[in-house]
Design a protein around this ligand. Structure first.
Ligand code: NI
Length: 214
């Protein structure tokens, strides 16, 4: 018991001295102080994606839809793994950053499966689908997703972190919140918790609002 108390005293002193130390934080690109484990991975291809609901229906205001989407991601990643570094879910679309395994560029198949699994479970949960034209019907599109999505291959670390910021600031860009930390469906919370972002990151992160326009 004595030992434990002494250890605590020591750790409190250590904490106090580190708090007193001047932080090396200075304005700079968001990757300047990034620890190695969150650096851009180059072993597999990395992509930024924007995926939109059919006719911009605001499906993801519904907790059932959010749950179905999360499950679709889990199921697809279990079978065909990929790393999802950052993501944000908005009412009618989502943005995310993936890194695929080395030599595996099959993101179209992954998205097709995520969309299909989501549509199945969401409609099974009693959601309505939108009326679709006969042409769309023939292609078995159920009026849930836009058939296309936007993809961008990441070419370097600066771009990687610019898109990460873009994702985390997206709820602000869309006028949903004034503070990105007030948006629950964002990886910003995980990045802050793990120390991948500083608490003051918004004050110096470049807002690259023009890079995708979504
Ligand atoms: Ni957006």
């Amino acid at each position: 018991m004595k030992m434990a108390r002494r250890e605590r005293a020591v750790s409190q002193r250590t904490m106090a001295s580190s708090v007193g130390r001047v932080s090396p934080a200075v304005a700079g690109p968001s990757n300047a102080r990034m620890p190695n484990y969150v650096r851009w991975r180059t072993d597999g291809a990395s992509y930024f994606f924007t995926v939109v609901t059919y006719r911009r229906r605001r499906l993801f205001n519904d907790p059932v839809a959010r749950r179905c989407l999360r499950r679709a991601f889990v199921d697809v990643r279990r079978q065909w793994p990929f790393d999802m570094f950052a993501s944000v879910l908005l009412p009618d679309h989502l943005h995310c950053l993936w890194t695929l395994p080395d030599g595996d560029d099959r993101f179209p198949m992954r998205w097709a499966n995520i969309k299909r699994l989501f549509t199945q479970s969401y409609l099974a949960a009693g959601a309505d689908e939108l009326p679709v034209t006969s042409n769309r019907d023939r292609h078995n599109e159920r009026g849930v997703w836009q058939p296309r999505y936007w993809e961008h291959r990441i070419r370097g670390e600066d771009e990687w972190f610019a898109f990460r910021d873009y994702i985390h600031l997206n709820p602000v860009k869309h006028g949903l919140v004034e503070d990105p930390l007030k948006w629950p469906w964002s990886s910003v919370h995980r990045h802050l918790r793990l120390g991948w972002l500083d608490a003051d990151w918004t004050s110096w992160s470049p807002i690259k609002a023009d890079i995708v326009g979504e």
